[in-house]
Design a protein around this ligand. Structure first.
Ligand SMILES: NC(=O)c1ccc[n+]([C@@H]2O[C@H](COP(=O)([O-])OP(=O)(O)OC[C@H]3O[C@@H](n4cnc5c(N)ncnc54)[C@H](OP(=O)(O)O)[C@@H]3O)[C@@H](O)[C@H]2O)c1
Length: 256
């Protein structure tokens, strides 16, 4: 059976492995030992094997996920001996395929992937570049894979892995803004997240109308939705979101 090994067992490895196991992935999962606490936890609870060192992970894996922080990635890869036919999966943000290739002594296939922590809940929209059948199926166990055939798309799309985080801050702001004597916090939280999920599901299901058009159709003249949207727009509330996206786009494209 095809084995997948993780070099770097931090937050990403934790949520991804939990997600794929909960989603039914049954293949061998091997782990580097450096973060002993997380590796042992995954071994005990999610049917993984902790190997004695990084090279031992590589020696028994067909697919190797490099999941260190960006600053450690290339140095870690330089210390490893790959075999022809293996596939390197990099989840490391901001390091492109050509940079990864220069760190490898043996030329192997390289695939980039960007799972987010909703993988743990089986709901990560995971960008992949370039497409690879095993990698696509693996990340489908913890959500849905979205393969792209251009690394510029991947870099631009990776910005949304950060926007994903900002959504939580927006949820928190909305919960704090609507909770109070008239609405208990847990009910406010359920409604905030439920509305966000419902809006996303409707927008995904509405192929021939954009989210902006859906908003326009709801917020017609004289509605409470229009009143609030007008205030947000008068205060340029969406402008800093655009600016934050543009900032990250520049950073992620810095190496182009
Ligand atoms: N977390 C996210 O939400 C997220 C989302 C998308 C992409 N990513 C990408 O995923 C990567 C990992 O992120 P993370 O949040 O999981 O980071 P993390 O929690 O800091 O985990 C990284 C792990 O790699 C270990 N490590 C460093 N050098 C190593 C080596 N030579 N051999 C084996 N292990 C080594 C670190 O150990 P030490 O602590 O001992 O150094 C740490 O346990 C990053 O490159 C990030 O860009 C993360």
């Amino acid at each position: 059976m095809t084995g997948i090994g993780f070099i770097g067992v931090g937050e990403l490895a934790l949520y991804t492995i939990k997600g794929v196991r909960r989603g039914g992935y049954q293949g061998p999962v091997l782990l580097s030992p450096r973060n002993r606490e997380k590796a042992n936890y995954l071994a005990a609870n999610y049917d993984c094997e902790v190997k004695r060192d990084n090279q031992a992970v590589l020696d028994d894996s067909d697919y190797i996920v490099i999941a260190t922080r960006p600053a450690d990635c290339l140095e870690t890869l330089r210390g490893l001996e790959f075999k022809p036919g293996q596939v390197l999966i990099s989840v490391v943000a901001g390091i492109e395929v050509e940079q990864l290739r220069t760190a490898l002594s043996t030329q192997v296939e390289i695939v980039r992937a960007m799972p987010v922590s909703s993988a743990e809940a089986g709901a990560s929209p995971t960008l992949i570049y370039p497409d690879n059948a095993f990698v696509r199926e693996f990340f489908d166990y913890c959500g849905n894979s979205i393969a792209v055939d251009n690394e510029i798309y991947f870099n631009q799309g990776s910005v949304l892995a950060c926007v994903y985080c900002w959504f939580f801050s927006l949820f928190e702001e909305l919960i704090q803004s609507t909770r109070g004597p008239a609405l208990p916090a847990d009910l406010s939280a359920e409604l905030v997240m439920g509305m966000a999920k419902g809006a996303a599901q409707l927008a995904l299901a509405s192929k021939d109308i954009s989210p902006g058009e859906i908003a326009g159709n709801i917020a017609t003249e004289g509605t409470f939705s229009r009143l609030g949207l007008d205030l947000l727009e008068e205060n340029a509330a969406f402008k800093p979101w655009r600016e934050a996206c543009e900032l990250l786009q520049k950073q992620l494209a810095a190496s182009d």
